[in-house]
Design a protein around this ligand. Structure first.
Ligand code: ATP
Ligand code: MG
Ligand code: MG
Ligand code: MG
Length: 562
């Protein structure tokens, strides 16, 4: 491709609206443009990178037994009414009416659509298992679209759904897709972790998020520094000693999530921003500190604790002071022996929400959020575990570290939560009708691209790995007015293209400085510069990732590039 014939509008200045590296660089290097809040165009370079990511995903999905299809973004409301999500999804679901006043949603995800398709087309266990996927545009009216492609309102997702006649069959598909996900993110060169996640409202079976480790990540994860163990904070806080059975005798599956649901419920209840809720709260229960880790940006800088049994009130400026106060080191206690009448009041960090009152019973901590006379019960959970950095990892290998993560993928076992209400059933060997058992598997394709841009850059611009870069080679003619240079560049362009390199030729009549700066910004792996020494048949090769450069005779070029 000749640069004069495509659209790569680079920017000298960092756009003021972009506050993370990936967003800044994708804008500056001319990969994307914003059209409205959270809505982007992929310009030619952006589109090429997107396609490379898509193709890696396709290859791995196909290898894991997936079959590609495509479903509409525009979905009739009736489907969402059948699952119940029309009423529960909230304002993130984009809704609209057609000219006949019929209601539609723009797909935020496609469980309803695919379940209705399979319901109509598959009637017997003999037709299962099936793993279907698509790479398609999703719409979510995010409250706070931000960080460019990382949190858009229109974004590209790969979503897959698997259908099974038995739990074992689902387990098998899940394991395969789990491996496929690892391959995908590995091939993208990302530093990621597969994180044990909580399934929130869906009710947990297996559930993993794939998190790219990054300072700007919106999630916090706990991971072992020397094994594969990683969990989101909710799961890290669930005592893994009790994998199958909690001390209260409940199945692990029934342990509801401490944070996501309660925080969302509180935020909804008080009409506050979900992002603006406490990150971690230290409660003193029976004089033992219980660190409850919850999602959000807000630091807890003061916690006031009142023990209803003995009436002691402690005002704690920091978690450390809380530990001093009680003399119990977090991490050293298992499930806390809780009594019914402990009251904990936390304020300051939760001003916006009003006071939080947590009572405890033998099942676990029982939260109540109070606002002027009105009682509101939020959640209940068991087996809280204190987790701090440096704790031994639950798998016994290494110690716990915390890191920020970007959720690029999410896989979980849905079971029958869609097939049951939507009546998607199959007949088993004995002719009995059962709901299909489902799994679902998402990857944020555009978010993955941004996560890569976030990881692969330096002060001069992007640095793409070879398998993702929009072009293999950036060929630059320093001075297009110089006939020898122009001719040599043309000749090499043709040669390299014949050798199946995807070449971007900077044939613009720009100053050398501009061309080099743009080239660094775009981040193609190899730059070949045709300059003054073209008259001697010499050109320069420069590797973007390490800055190494050397001169070669143009005849040697293809050998050197091997
Ligand atoms: P998040 O927690 O970041 O809001 P999510 O859990 O709501 O994401 P899922 O429903 O699990 O997202 O969707 C599957 C994948 O789609 C996510 O793992 C993520 O990579 C991607 N994704 C979700 N929301 C967005 C968005 N607003 N912009 C870009 N990608 C997104
Ligand atoms: Mg979301
Ligand atoms: Mg999420
Ligand atoms: Mg998710």
């Amino acid at each position: 491709m000749k640069q004069s014939q495509t659209l790569i509008p680079t920017l000298k200045e960092t756009p003021a609206e972009a506050d993370v590296k990936s967003h800044q660089l994708l804008l500056r290097a001319g990969y994307i443009r914003q059209n409205a809040s959270g809505i982007y165009s992929f310009l030619p370079l952006g589109k090429k990178v997107l396609q490379k990511v898509e193709n890696i995903i396709r290859e791995e999905m196909n290898a894991a037994g997936g079959v590609e299809m495509l479903m509409p973004a525009l979905q009739p409301a009736e489907l969402w009414e059948e699952s119940g999500r029309w009423f529960t999804y909230g304002p993130e679901l984009m809704r609209m009416r057609d000219r006949h006043e019929r209601e539609f949603a723009l797909g935020a995800t496609h469980e309803e659509m695919i379940t209705s398709l399979l319901r109509d087309e598959v009637k017997s266990y003999k037709r299962l298992p099936l793993t279907l996927y698509q790479i398609q545009t999703k719409y979510r009216d995010e409250k706070r679209p931000r960080f460019g492609l990382l949190r858009g309102r229109e974004f590209l997702m790969k979503d897959a759904y698997s259908f099974h006649a038995s739990q074992e069959s689902l387990d098998e598909a899940y394991d395969k897709l789990f491996e496929a996900y690892k391959n995908i993110f590995r091939r993208c060169g990302l530093n990621f972790r597969a994180v044990l996640a909580d399934s929130g409202a869906i009710g947990g079976k297996d559930n993993h998020e794939f998190m790219v480790l990054s300072e700007i990540g919106e999630d916090t994860i706990a991971y072992s520094d020397s094994s594969d163990y990683a969990a989101n904070l909710e799961m890290a806080a669930v005592n893994k000693q009790y994998d199958k059975q909690s001390p209260s005798g409940k199945e692990k599956e029934e342990v509801s999530t401490p944070d996501q649901k309660s925080i969302e419920a509180v935020a909804d209840f008080f009409g506050t921003d979900k992002e603006n809720t406490v990150k971690s709260m230290l409660f003193i229960v029976d004089e033992k500190p219980v660190l409850v880790l919850v999602r959000g940006d807000h630091e807890v800088n003061e916690v006031k604790v009142k023990n209803a049994v003995n009436g002691r009130v402690a005002e704690l400026a920091t978690e450390e002071q809380a530990i001093q106060y009680t003399g119990v080191k977090p991490g050293s206690i298992g499930p806390v022996g809780l009594s019914e009448d402990v009251t904990v009041i936390a304020d300051n960090a939760v001003e916006a929400m009003g006071d939080i009152v947590a009572g405890a019973n033998k099942e676990g901590i029982h939260f109540k959020y109070l606002q002027a006379g009105r009682d509101f019960e939020v959640s209940q959970y068991a087996d809280i575990r204190v987790v701090v950095e440096g704790d031994p990892s639950p798998d016994g290998v290494g110690t716990i570290k915390f890191a920020r993560g970007i959720e690029v993928g999410h896989v979980f076992k849905l079971g029958t939560v869609y097939s049951e209400p939507m009546n998607a059933t199959i007949l088993d060997e004995n002719g009995r009708s059962n709901p299909m058992i489902m799994g679902c598997y998402g990857i944020g394709v555009s978010r993955t691209l941004a996560a890569m841009a976030e990881q692969f850059n330096d002060e001069n611009g992007l640095i793409w790995p070879g398998n993702i870069a929009p072009y293999d080679v950036h060929l630059i003619a320093v001075n297009m007015k110089d006939e020898v240079q122009a001719q040599t560049a043309e000749e090499l362009y043709k040669l390299l293209t014949d050798y199946r390199y995807d070449v971007l030729l900077d044939d613009r009549k720009e100053r050398a400085g501009v061309k080099f700066a743009d080239s660094d910004l775009m981040g193609l792996p190899v730059r070949i510069t045709v300059g003054k020494r073209a008259s001697e048949g010499i050109v320069e090769i420069k590797i973007r990732s390490n800055g190494e450069s050397y001169e070669v005779q143009k005849e040697e070029l293809t050998d050197k590039l091997q």
